[in-house]
Write a protein that binds this ligand. Structure first.
Ligand SMILES: [Zn+2]
Length: 220
């Protein structure tokens, strides 16, 4: 089987996505760019708990299915668009995580205010306007609004978390949800959350390379 290591990374990330309550049932999707610029993506509507490496679909960078017995995620066209437009992105996790999605109804920009969010999302997280699901528009709006962050909230839908590798992408999705819970609870209690200065945010964020090394170190 080709890309065995990548296929296993996708399934592990999907199980973590489920364990961290970022998705219900078989929702969302997990994908990766291969070294030869193809896309590996989870099949549509398949339970992650029983998914096998050979079940993962292979597609070209235009989003055309190349291999796989099952139908690829219905969001493949949007995912392929993101991979084409952003060569620095090698992994994407799409979730319907409820707390971050709720933040999308509260603000158009989740300002950087919590250390886990600043570190894992690489700053604040923008909210992209609503678009219908399973449409390339989801990818276009992601590219338009994500900026240099490792995540964007899709209004009334969920989250697209990205990264140069799967571990960073998963960390971004999980910590965004944790930060969203804290943010919403504080807001619900009437807290006024003061904006941090750009300098403080930069200080907390530190060097991107160091963050990547830290995350990759955790994997060993
Ligand atoms: Zn979705």
């Amino acid at each position: 089987m080709n890309y065995e290591n990548e296929r296993r990374q996708i399934i592990n990330a999907a199980l973590e996505m489920k364990a961290n309550r970022l998705i219900s049932l078989a929702g969302g999707n997990v994908s990766m760019r291969t070294e030869d610029n193809k896309i590996l993506v989870t099949p549509s509507a398949m339970a992650y708990e029983t998914m096998q490496p050979e079940d993962i679909c292979l597609a070209d960078i235009e989003g055309n299915k190349l291999e796989g017995i099952y139908r690829p995620s219905s969001d493949l066209a949007a995912l392929a668009y993101i991979y084409r437009q952003r060569p620095d992105i090698n992994a994407i996790i799409h979730t319907h995580q409820p707390y971050a999605t709720a933040v999308g109804f509260v603000t158009d920009y989740f300002e950087p205010c919590l250390v886990t969010q600043i570190d894992a999302n690489r700053g604040g997280v923008h909210v992209a306007p609503f678009t219908v699901s399973s449409d390339i528009g989801m990818g276009i709006l992601t590219v338009e609004h994500i900026g240099s962050s490792y995540a964007v909230i899709l209004k009334g839908h969920g989250v697209i978390a990205v990264g140069p590798d799967m571990e960073c992408c998963l960390t971004s999705a999980v910590y965004l949800e944790e930060a969203s819970i804290t943010y919403l609870m504080a807001k619900a209690c009437g807290a006024q959350i003061e904006a941090l200065s750009d300098e403080i945010v930069r200080q907390e964020m530190g060097d991107e390379k160091e963050w990547l090394e830290f995350i990759r170190g955790n994997r060993k």
